[in-house]
Design a binder for this molecule. Sequence first.
Ligand code: G16
Length: 543
Amino acid sequence: MSIRTVSTQPFPDQKPGTSGLRKKVPTFRQPHYLENFVQSIFDSIAAPQGSTLVLGGDGRYYNRLAIQIILKMAAANGFGQVLVGRGGILSTPAASCVIRKYKTFGGIILSASHNPGGPDGDFGIKFNSSNGGPATETVTEAIYVKSKAISSYRILDTEDVMLDKLGETTLGGMKVKVFDPVSDYAELMESLFDFPAIRTLLKSGFKIKFDAMHAVNGPYAKELLEKRLGAPVGSVMNGVPLEDFGGGHPDPNLTYAHDLVEIMYGAEAPDFGAASDGDGDRNMILGKRFFVTPSDSLALLAANATLIPAYKQGLAGVARSMPTSAAVDRVAKALNIPCYETPTGWKFFGNLMDAGKVTLCGEESFGTGSNHVREKDGLWAVLFWLNILAVRKQSVESIVREHWARFGRNFYSRYDYEGLPTEAANGVIQHLRDNFPTLTNKQFGNHTVQTCDDFSYTDPVDGSISKGQGLRILFSDDSRIIFRLSGTGTEGATLRVYLEAYEADVSRHHLDAQEALKELIRVALDISELQSRTGRDQPTVIT
Ligand code: G16
């Protein structure tokens, strides 16, 4: 068993995006591609000799192979121990939980989140720091810089490790501990929520359906919802993780979680429905024939937080990503707590939570979480909702409608144009930017533009500045249109258009969001010249 130093050449495309490096599987399978990136991580983080690392992924195609490579490289790079989820499985929030619980130096998470998997699907890798959260931009930038200058990597020449049996082995001088990926996380959930109250709710005939979308959360949901909380077996659907997610797109929204949507809008609809994504950090919440937008869900969790044992003392503050609706801002105002607006990307919440400035945070992209870990957390959101439902004994719909009646409704929708030629997408953004001066003060129907800017964020904790985080067109009536290029796609460019309009009048709260936002959508298409510049007359997905 010897350490081999392998000569390599840099790949020019290893810049981490919104959440780590995401590429097609064939890209990752090129000789040295994964190895270069892993060595760049190790060279950037400067872990002391003998450090412990957590390792696991969402089980998608290439997960197991990648884990073997990373284990051998960790052994050759001086790590003392790696904790690996059994079968190489570890949901993203569970990885965060384990990094924190065992105070490890950090962890490597393998996932392309909600993107499809399989031999031609997507794969991804990211490093999480010792706080359990995604590496900050300073660290990801350092990794990128290393990747552009790499000339060799180190790997141990040895047999593969057995990943399917709990226990310890050694790899060179390094210990490999295969652990149960569910138990630490389940224990953490049980410490946050009122399990007896939820158990009583589920015994009372309240029916739930959770769609794990053949992704990583299947075993976690079965353990928590069916085993510990007593939901009938079968309440968790698509609960067996598959390497290609059963050919599906493990993205919990109304388009891709269609199995669940059909059930929740059907004649025999359960009282509560939810889904999570490939790596278990996103969530979608549904009531009987009722969809809760992620932005409303965040606002509602904040407004009801003191009903939950873990948050009964109240919240230090809340945070949302810039494109997320301002529904939570209204709750924060009523609670008299700070509300932070960050760029898109969970990594921006970490500093705020570490500094004790926020307790809850969330994003329009179906992510909500709290300071219990440093990742967004799909099942946590589901349990939070179930706990609220157990206390308030009302339907999902009536809880949301009461919330709107109190705070007003932020109508919200996102239009995604996926797989655009990069030049066309950049052209739309440039055109808008060039037109900022002519847009200010301009009136469009009932909406008058107040300001336009390119969102820039100064981290209040470490002072770091992140520029170019999305174009905002802000209207005087609190409506907003945001244009942003996604940082998680793997093919061409994905242009996102976020639309939001505030409505205080309860008599208009029943409106369909698309109807309420009709005029803003027209304005957005008009001022961006999106259709003529991209040749697309329809978005790929509307959420
Ligand atoms: C990641 C990030 C989120 C972000 C989402 C979409 O989520 O962690 O913060 O909102 O991507 O980003 P973009 O709009 O750049 O595509 P996930 O669930 O994909 O890891």
